[in-house]
Design a protein around this ligand. Structure first.
Ligand SMILES: [Zn+2]
Ligand SMILES: [Zn+2]
Ligand SMILES: [Zn+2]
Length: 241
């Protein structure tokens, strides 16, 4: 399996509009971060990400939660529909499916005037499921006052947007090779792990390597050398095999 980090940035993306700080004006391409995605979620940068990585088709979409930076690129799946004429299956916890089908009804039901065909086919998940020969284990996460879903696929886990991992979810994360984890920034945040907290989680779970994502403009890629051994910053276009 190959996972590409489509986006490694927080909700504003980096550079952030209106900001001229050293990271927002950095010449290191790894400091240019589109909104967090690994082709789980449809970030508002989906169009740019799909063009950059030359993604010819999408087999399925897994949603983590309904915040705008993870969902609002949903309409950019239209290109795939125009090319392949089929609805793409999407998987998420039932409350997320409810939200998506209410807010983007035309995406799931079509527009009824002959303009839009359904682009996505909704599937509610409550536990482990199988997709294209892989077992996918949803990992319930706490993200401030909402719940988010992380996903474990084989020995890789993608846990973005969280500030707490319940004990029952920690139990689903043993023996990981690669942990991709929310590490937002250095300062604490009510809805996200900061870098120090993410490193603690990594020490508890002991994956072979940990990749911190959903990074703000307060994090410069060159600070990676100050991270503990085996902990790295994600960057757009990073390939994990
Ligand atoms: Zn987010
Ligand atoms: Zn900045
Ligand atoms: Zn969020």
């Amino acid at each position: 399996m190959k996972i590409t980090i489509l986006g490694s940035g927080t909700s504003t993306g980096v550079p952030m509009v209106g900001c001229l700080c050293p990271v927002c004006t950095s010449t290191d391409p790894r400091d240019l971060r589109t909104r967090a995605s690994i082709l789980v979620d449809t970030s508002p940068d989906l169009r740019r990400q799909a063009l950059r990585e030359k993604i010819p088709h999408i087999d399925a979409v897994l949603y983590t939660h309904t915040h705008a930076d993870h969902v609002n690129g949903i309409d950019d799946l239209r290109g795939y529909h125009l090319m392949h004429r089929r609805a793409v299956p999407c998987y998420a916890a039932s409350e997320i499916i409810d939200h998506l089908t209410r807010h983007f009804s035309y995406i799931f039901s079509g527009s009824g005037d002959g303009g839009y065909k359904p682009l996505l086919e909704a599937h509610s998940i409550s536990g482990k499921f199988h997709l294209f020969g892989s077992t996918i284990q949803p990992v319930p996460l706490v993200h401030g006052c909402v719940r988010a879903t992380g996903y474990r696929i084989g020995n890789i886990a993608y846990l973005t947007d969280c500030n707490r991992i319940p004990e029952s979810s920690m139990a689903l994360l043993s023996g990981l090779d690669t942990l991709i984890l929310d590490g937002l920034r250095y300062k604490p945040h009510p809805n996200h792990f900061n870098i120090e907290q993410a490193i603690k989680i990594s020490e508890q779970l002991q994956p072979r390597r940990t990749i911190l994502t959903h990074l703000t403009h307060e994090v410069s890629h060159e600070d990676e050398r100050r991270l503990p051994e085996g902990v790295f910053f994600a960057y757009d276009g990073m390939v994990i095999e």
